[in-house]
Design a protein around this ligand. Structure first.
Ligand code: ARG
Length: 280
């Protein structure tokens, strides 16, 4: 039996989105200077992504970004939705690794309170939400990245909270600091991954767990964030343009690519997957 894909998406409007500090390798340009973002362009790109979800028949919830938190638009990170019961969703509130981002979480807690969604706090160990904890929505198994942002120990508590199978994956390359930069579940039996981002045993685990495992070219993953794509329905894949090798592989596998420009967000080290939170 397969569980359904989520129909709701949460996004944070990129108010005050900019690169103010460097907590991943993408936030500095080749000369070591902080990237400069065009906020107007960022709003245009963000709206196109929002529109794409609507066209796929999903409903979009919006939280207004707080300019005190220039990375808040990356709303995969502050929470991890889980099923408290068969069809009742609750949120784990992240403990952000970067000091600069810690305060973002309160905005999500408040939003959840207003909607009557219950929350559970991550207390002892760093955990960056759906940036590192990626659901296979159809099987309700969690793929659990750690090594840079999330502490491996966080998953002991998460396992108790979510009460679903967890597959831990060790990240080994700084360019792939969140699991969502190098791994995407596309449908129940199909995922895409950047082989070089994982240690040997994690690579083996992925090969065992998916019938179809599509390799992502490392240059496309670094330059275009191909691994940060999202497949919200098992059919369409939203991704940054420019990954010709990856696009041809997903087409061969029967998916429909939808290319959406995220140039401004790439400068902060994120693309489409991290700019949304799917709400089951
Ligand atoms: N600048 C943000 C950070 O480094 C980007 C986060 C991107 N989010 C993601 N899930 N990959 O925290």
């Amino acid at each position: 039996m397969k569980f359904p894909f989520p129909k709701r998406v949460l996004m944070v409007r990129p108010n005050g989105f900019r690169v103010d500090y460097a907590i991943n390798p993408y936030m500095l340009d080749a000369s070591g200077t902080l990237q400069s973002v065009d906020e107007g362009k960022a709003h245009v790109q963000w709206n196109q992504i929002k529109q794409a979800f609507i066209e796929l028949g999903m409903s979009v919830e919006v939280i207004e970004g707080d300019p005190h938190f220039p990375d808040m638009v990356f709303c995969a990170n502050q929470t991890l939705p889980f099923w408290q019961s068969e069809d009742n969703v609750a949120l784990i509130l992240s403990r952000m690794h970067a000091t600069q981002r810690k305060g973002e979480v309160r905005h999500f807690e408040q939003w959840a309170r207003e909607l009557g969604i219950s929350t559970v706090e991550m207390t002892d160990f760093d955990f960056e939400g759906a940036g590192d904890g990626i659901w296979n929505y159809e099987t309700r198994e969690l793929f659990a990245g750690f090594g840079f942002r999330t502490d491996e120990n966080a998953y002991d508590l998460i396992a108790q909270i979510i009460n679903r199978p967890i597959h831990k994956l060790r990240l080994v390359s700084e360019n792939f600091y969140h699991l969502d930069t190098c791994f995407a579940v596309l449908r129940a039996d199909t995922a895409a991954y950047v082989p070089q981002a994982f240690d040997d045993s994690s690579r083996q685990k992925l090969k065992m767990l998916f019938t179809h495992l599509i390799p992502i070219d490392i240059d496309e993953a670094i330059q275009n964030f191909a691994g940060n794509c999202v497949c919200p329905d098992g059919r369409h894949i939203l991704l940054q343009p420019g990954s010709t090798k990856f696009v041809s592989l997903i087409k061969q596998a029967g998916f429909i690519p939808i290319e959406l420009e995220t140039s401004e967000f790439l400068k902060a080290g994120g693309s489409i997957f991290c700019m949304k939170q799917l709400l089951p």
